[in-house]
Structures are given as C-alpha cells and as structure tokens.
Design a protein around this ligand. Structure first.
Ligand code: GUN
Length: 297
C-alpha cells in the first residue's frame, strides 16, 4: 500500500482563508483582532516560528504587536509586560513562545496571561476546562492534528489512537481531544515498554516526541493514519534537512495516510493560532452578530 499524503499546507490555507473572511467582517464592525507575540532570547528555530506566525497573522487581517526580549529577561519583567497586555483592549491574544530560558518561571508566566487572551490554551484554567470537556481554547498543534484526522476519517468514534509524547503542549491535550472524539486512547512516552507493540495496535498514531525518525514504518499497522508532529533539524550531506519523528520513507509503504514534514502539521499549528486569536477577538467584541468560527468546516 502507498499512503495518502495528508496535505497540511492546503488544509491550513483553507482555514486561514476562513479566518481572514471572518476577521474582515469583525473589522468592519470596529474590532481588528490583535495578537501580542513575545519571544525571549535568540533561538533560531523559535525566531523562524515567531516570524511565520506574525507574517501569517498580518496576511489574515490580524494586527500583531511584537516583543523580542533579551535572553536574560527576568520572570518579573515578563509578568509586568503580560499584565500590561492583559489590560489593553486592542490585544485579544497573547502568545509567549516556548521554551523560555531556564531561569524564567514558565508556569508563573503562563499563569499571568488572562485566560480569555490565552490563544495557546496553555493556562491551567483552559487546560483544566479541556480535561473536563468544557468549551475552551484548545492548544494549536493538537487542534491542527484533530482537524487533519477529521478530514481523513470524519467520525473517529471507537478508533484506537496512540499518542506518543506526554508534553503539556501536544501530548496531553491531544489525548484529551481524541478522548472527546470517542477514541480509545493510549499515551506512550520515554519510559513506555515495547512501543512497537503499541504501534501495531493503533489505527491512529500521533507522534510528538521530538526525536528524528524514531518511529519505524515496520512498527506501524497496515492502513493506519499517522500524524507526525516532529520538526527535527538534521544534517544530511552538509545540508540541514527537516524530518519528523516518524521514518517517513518506510512508513508511507505501509500506512493508509500520513502527514509529511514539512508541509503537514506545522502549517496547521499557525492556522489554528489565527483561529484562536480571531475567536478571542469575537468573544471580546461581544457583538452577538458574529459567531466564533468552528475549527472544522
Ligand atoms: N513552542 C513550540 N510549540 C509552541 C506553541 O504551539 N506555542 C508556543 N507559544 N510555543 C511553542
């Protein structure tokens, strides 16, 4: 079997277009959605992510306010900045690019963000609401993965899903979303025994461990759907190449559908950030005329 390659770029473009149309409608009613983006330090990968986020925000009609801070910025400085942004009516979303330098208290920083402006869905209140199955802002990467899975399968009820990785950003919220979609969910992590045996059982695999090509195609079930969240930079013949957590070449001969890296989950993460920012602005404007946009068409 040769797998269907899931086109994350095309799906992200459709979502961005829907966001842009709704943002224009909101702007005509007097509210331009605004996103504050905070980057601390000069990690090159984070710089690329942040500049992609702000460029795409601008293209969708979302105003962005950029804060590029030195690597030695303190927790206190970040907390003061976030408090000021919480109070600004023209800022509807606040994104703090992670990871923060080790001397910064990430939990304190995230806890300072007004939950209504927490477009990453990382605040404990929003993470808790997701765990309870209540309406909330869902973290962008898992939301993007879910949209792609629903595009492939429609209804996911009863499917056996394996999430590999237990981070607060991807693994845990992904498992919650799959559970809400009536999957039977297993979470694997670095201490899991016999990962290949778990992979063989899974009809859906979401790989989010941050290790290049760590999941071999030989482990996967025939016809499975594989969502590869990994974005790993490796050197091949002196050139930098982006690869996922799944060994794409062996997997594509075996599975039913798979996301490529690049061009799979990455573009969806940014499109979902725009969606979450738009919806935060719609709720703040409280127009009653414009409804928040649904993630799936
Ligand atoms: N670092 C890696 N992924 C993310 C993300 O989705 N949001 C933020 N803020 N930082 C990240």
């Amino acid at each position: 079997m040769t797998a269907t390659i899931i086109d994350g770029r095309a799906a992200a473009e459709r979502l961005r277009n829907r966001v842009a149309a709704r943002a224009a409608e909101l702007a005509r009613m007097g509210t331009v959605p605004g996103l504050a983006v905070i980057l601390v330090g000069d990690d090159p990968a984070s710089q690329v992510y942040v500049s992609n986020k702000t460029k795409q925000a601008a293209a969708a009609g979302i105003r962005h306010f950029d804060y590029r801070l030195a690597g030695d910025t303190t927790t206190e400085t970040l907390v003061s900045l976030i408090r000021a942004l919480n109070a600004r009516p023209d800022v509807h979303g606040i994104l703090v690019q992670l990871p923060l330098p080790p001397h910064v208290d990430t939990n304190e920083v995230l806890a300072t963000i007004d939950p209504a402006k927490d477009v990453d869905g990382f605040h404990a209140l929003n993470a808790g609401r997701l765990a309870l199955g209540l309406e909330t802002t869902v973290p962008c990467t898992p939301l993007g993965c879910l949209i792609l899975l629903r595009q492939v399968h429609g209804n996911l009820a009863g499917m056996r899903a394996l999430v590999i990785g237990r981070s607060n950003i991807v693994g845990k919220p992904m498992a919650q979303l799959l559970l809400q979609n009536d999957c039977t969910v297993t979470i694997a992590h670095s201490r899991t025994r016999d990962l290949p045996a778990l992979c063989r059982e899974a009809e859906i695999v979401v790989a989010a461990i941050g290790r290049p090509r760590a999941i071999s195609g030989a482990w996967l079930r025939d016809g499975a759907t594989v969502i590869d969240v990994g974005i790993n930079r490796i050197e091949v013949d002196g050139k930098t190449k982006l690869v996922g957590d799944v060994d794409f070449d062996s997997a594509k001969e075996r599975v039913g559908a798979i996301t490529p890296v690049p061009g799979g989950v990455g573009p969806m993460t940014i499109a979902c950030l725009l969606l979450n920012t738009l919806n935060a602005a719609i709720r703040a404007a409280n127009t009653r005329v414009i409804e928040p946009l649904e993630a799936s068409e």
